[in-house]
Write a protein that binds this ligand. Structure first.
Ligand SMILES: [Zn+2]
Ligand SMILES: [Zn+2]
Length: 424
C-alpha cells in the first residue's frame, strides 16, 4: 500500500484561499488565479479545458458565461475537471453545489458582481494575491462580515459595473475595464441586519451540509413542527412566505430559497449552519412557547438522513484496488466502491487520479508490447519471404497473416508499413 503513485497534476496544484472559513474563495476566482499562474488568459484556459475534455467551443465563446459559482451540473462539472487537472480535492466547496439539494435558485443571483474593497486591500497588504469570496456571489449577502461594510459593485476609477471578472483576461482585484484597483472604493458601514445575513451565509459556506437529499423533507417538517406546531399555514404566515410554497416543500419536494432559509433562521433563532447539520436537538426558539418543554422528549435529529460517506473506509478500499495486480479503470473502481467518479475526484482526489493514471500507464505498456511484437513478427515474415526468394511482402499480405490480437492495434496498416520499412 505504500506504493501509491500520486501522478503529477496537469495544471498547477494551486491551493484555494480561505477554505473551510466564512471567507472561502469562489471557483470563479480560483479559475482566474489558476489561469494567471499559467500565464494564460481565463478565456484560453477555459477553451483549453473544454478541448481537453472534447467539449465543443462556440465561436463567440465567453468563458464567464459558463457557470462557475452556482449549483448547476455545469458548475459541478467544472469543479470536477479542475480537481482532476490540478489534483486539488473538494473544489466543489468553492461553489454552491454541495447545498443544491437544500436551496432553490430564486433570489440567489445578485444584479451585478460585488466585492468588499477592504478585503481586496487587505489581501494586497498581506502580499497575497487578492481573491474573490464565494459569499459575495449571493444576493442576500450585501455586507462584509470581517470589515462590517457594504459590498460594492462599481469600479471606483471608471464607475462601471460588472468589471470584476467578466473579461477574457482577469487579474483578480483589478477592474477589467480600466485596470484600476477595486479595493480603492469608498465604503459605508453595514446595517446589523446585513451583517447578520452575511454571518449566516458565511458560516454556511464554511462547512458543507450534513443533511442528505432524502432528509430534507424531514428537516422541513421538523422545522415547521418546532416553529408552528406543525401548522404549515401559520408557519407561512409568520415568516411571510406563501402558503402554497410551504405546501410545495412538504408535498412535492420543493425547496426553500436562500432568503426563505434566512427567514427560518431569523425567526427560529437558529443558524443555517446548524439547520443544515441537522443539529436541532438543543434548538430553543427565541421566545419560548408554552408547549416547548414537551417537545424536548424526542430528539429532532432522529430520522433526518445524514449524507456523510465513510471516506476513510472508501480511501482504504481504493488503496486496496491500487495494490491489486491488475489495474482497473476508474469506472470500475466507482462501481466497486459505489461512489460516482465526480465524488471520487472531489473527495479522494489523489487515489482517483492514481487509479486513472495507473490504468493509463498499464494500457500504454500493453500497447507498446503489442507494437514490439508486431515489429518482430513482420521482421520474421519478411525473412521467411526472402529465404523463399521472393522480392518482399506487401502490407496487405502481412495483415492477412497477423493474429487477431495484433489486428486490434490502432492504425495497424500504418504500423505494418512502418515495420516493413524498418526491416528493409
Ligand atoms: Zn471585507
Ligand atoms: Zn474601472
Amino acid at each position: 500500500m505504500s506504493t501509491m503513485n500520486n501522478p503529477r497534476s496537469t495544471l498547477h496544484a494551486l491551493m484555494p484561499m480561505g477554505q473551510g472559513t466564512t471567507e472561502v474563495e469562489s471557483l470563479t476566482s480560483y479559475f482566474c488565479r489558476l489561469a494567471h499562474s499559467h500565464g494564460m488568459t481565463a478565456r484560453n484556459l477555459a477553451a483549453w479545458t473544454l478541448e481537453h475534455y472534447e467539449q465543443p467551443i462556440p465561436d463567440d465563446f465567453k468563458w464567464f458565461r459558463r457557470s462557475f459559482g452556482g449549483m448547476s451540473t455545469e458548475t459541478e462539472q467544472w469543479a470536477v475537471w479542475l480537481a482532476e487537472l490540478t489534483g486539488i480535492a473538494n473544489l466543489d466547496h468553492l461553489t454552491l453545489v454541495p447545498w443544491r439539494h437544500l436551496i432553490s435558485n430564486p433570489g440567489l443571483t445578485p444584479a451585478s458582481d460585488r466585492w468588499c474593497p477592504c478585503c481586496l486591500t487587505e489581501d494586497r497588504a498581506h502580499q497575497q494575491s487578492p481573491y474573490l469570496r464565494l459569499c459575495w456571489d449571493f444576493a442576500p449577502v450585501t455586507a462584509c462580515l470581517r470589515h462590517k461594510v457594504g459590498l460594492r459593485s462599481e469600479c471606483p476609477h471608471c464607475g462601471k459595473s460588472n468589471v470584476r471578472n467578466r473579461a477574457t483576461t482577469v487579474v483578480v482585484g483589478y477592474c477589467t475595464s480600466c485596470g484600476g484597483f477595486l479595493g480603492d472604493a469608498e465604503t459605508e458601514a453595514a446595517t446589523p441586519q446585513a451583517l447578520w445575513s452575511a454571518r449566516q451565509v458565511g458560516q454556511m459556506l464554511a462547512k458543507p451540509p450534513r443533511i442528505a437529499s432524502d432528509g430534507v423533507t424531514k428537516l422541513l417538517e421538523t422545522i415547521i413542527e418546532k416553529m408552528a406546531d406543525g401548522n404549515a399555514a401559520a408557519f407561512a404566515q409568520e415568516l411571510n412566505l406563501s402558503k402554497s410554497g410551504v405546501w410545495h416543500w412538504l408535498r412535492k419536494g420543493g425547496l426553500p430559497t436562500l432568503p426563505a432559509w434566512l427567514s427560518i433562521a431569523l425567526h427560529g433563532g437558529i443558524s443555517l449552519e446548524k439547520l443544515y447539520a441537522g443539529e436541532l436537538a438543543n434548538w430553543k426558539l427565541p421566545t419560548e412557547p408554552v408547549q416547548f418543554a414537551m417537545q424536548l422528549s424526542t430528539s429532532p435529529r432522529k430520522g433526518i438522513q445524514s449524507r456523510e460517506l465513510d471516506w476513510e473506509a472508501i480511501r482504504q478500499q481504493l488503496h486496496g484496488i491500487l495494490a491489486e495486480e491488475v489495474p482497473i479503470t476508474l469506472a470500475e473502481a466507482c462501481q466497486r466502491t459505489g461512489v460516482e467518479h465526480k465524488l471520487l475526484y472531489l473527495r479522494a482526489n489523489t487515489e482517483a487520479r492514481a487509479i486513472a493514471d495507473r490504468y493509463r500507464r498499464h494500457q500504454a505498456a500493453l500497447k507498446e508490447a503489442k507494437e514490439a511484437r508486431l515489429q518482430a513478427e513482420v521482421g520474421e515474415l519478411i525473412r521467411e519471404r526472402l529465404d523463399a526468394e521472393y522480392e518482399g511482402i506487401s502490407a496487405r499480405e502481412v495483415w492477412q497473416q497477423l493474429d487477431g490480437d495484433l489486428k486490434t492495434i490502432r492504425h495497424t496498416y500504418r504500423q505494418v508499413a512502418k515495420a516493413i520499412a524498418a526491416n528493409d
